[in-house]
Write a protein that binds this ligand. Structure first.
Ligand code: PAF
Length: 280
């Protein structure tokens, strides 16, 4: 695996390559990331990964400074895994040599809801860096995890609207045996919090079971899930039942017609904010 830190070196490595498959990450790699790399390998060649902790997508009170930066261990994992040909690991000066005044503003009805409501500016930061990374790597395919369900939809919509010549491939969420979705932020959890953390997914599974029992009132389903988590000490930002196609709330008629739905949740355990989702 070649590790490059500049856009010039990256372009040198990729000259003439028309089937690049790309996986953008913020590092601190775990099995979920490695699954993205494996999927990338099935969709193109060579596989390029990036590691860049993108300041633009963190709010002023978020964890940019303490976000785990583990480049040597990440390189070792990728070397062992043998799916990645080039790792692009730029520093901040390389990605943002001047203040990033041009930014991608996702539409409010997709980027301003759910995560966008609780993390203002998050999807602007994500879209801007993803556009820059796609412009640097120029892949034919890019792989994004479904764990960040709304991010995947924002990135897809951006690529469609800007007619970027890249196919966005989704990757199923990788979970620990107890159901907890793998995430770099799981490392912040204390042992007690780690033991409680699978309840987020278990609550979404319970919501799904209630839907299958015939409960069609989404507000009730959401209230029940929020109550379960709150009683156990979680601080819930949202539990929302939405249409898979655009993340808007389903109408009663759509509930009866079995519109494809997804339940999305974000909640804090201590100081750690976790998100998860379940296609219903
Ligand atoms: O999902 C992530 O790790 C980040 O949001 C991404 C897509 C690498 C952009 O910084």
């Amino acid at each position: 695996m070649k590790v490059v830190h500049t856009i010039e070196e990256l372009r040198d490595q990729l000259r003439g390559q028309l089937r690049v498959a790309f996986v953008p990450t913020m590092g601190n790699l775990h099995e979920g990331h490695l699954a993205l790399m494996k999927t990338a390998r099935q969709h193109g060649d060579p596989v390029v990964a990036s590691i860049f902790v993108n300041r633009l997508q963190f709010g002023p009170n978020e964890d940019f400074d303490r976000y785990p930066r583990t480049l040597p261990a990440d390189i070792e994992k990728l070397e062992r895994d043998r799916n990645v040909y080039v790792l692009f690991a730029p520093d901040e000066k390389e990605m943002y040599p001047e203040p990033q005044n041009f930014r991608v503003q996702p539409p409010a009805d997709l980027g301003g809801i759910l995560e966008g409501e609780f993390r203002p500016g998050f999807f602007t930061g994500v879209s801007t860096v993803v556009l820059k990374l796609l412009s640097c790597v120029q892949p034919r395919v890019a792989v994004f995890g479904k764990k960040d369900y709304q991010q995947l939809m924002v990135v897809r919509a951006m690529c469609r609207q800007f007619q970027l010549p890249v196919e966005i491939v989704p990757q199923e969420t990788v979970r620990a045996e107890d159901g907890l979705a793998l995430s770099s932020r799981n490392g912040y959890l204390t042992p007690q919090e780690r033991a409680e953390a699978p309840m987020l997914y278990a609550t979404l599974r319970r919501l799904q079971a209630r839907l299958h029992e015939g409960v069609r009132d989404t507000a009730l389903l959401e209230r029940e899930a929020i109550a379960t988590l709150t009683e156990r000490g979680w601080k819930v930002d949202y539990v929302a039942v939405r249409r898979q196609r655009d993340l808007l709330p389903p109408t009663q008629e759509e509930m009866e017609r079995e519109e494809p739905l997804v339940a999305l949740a974000a909640a804090k355990l201590g100081t750690t904010r976790l998100i998860d989702n379940l296609e219903l």
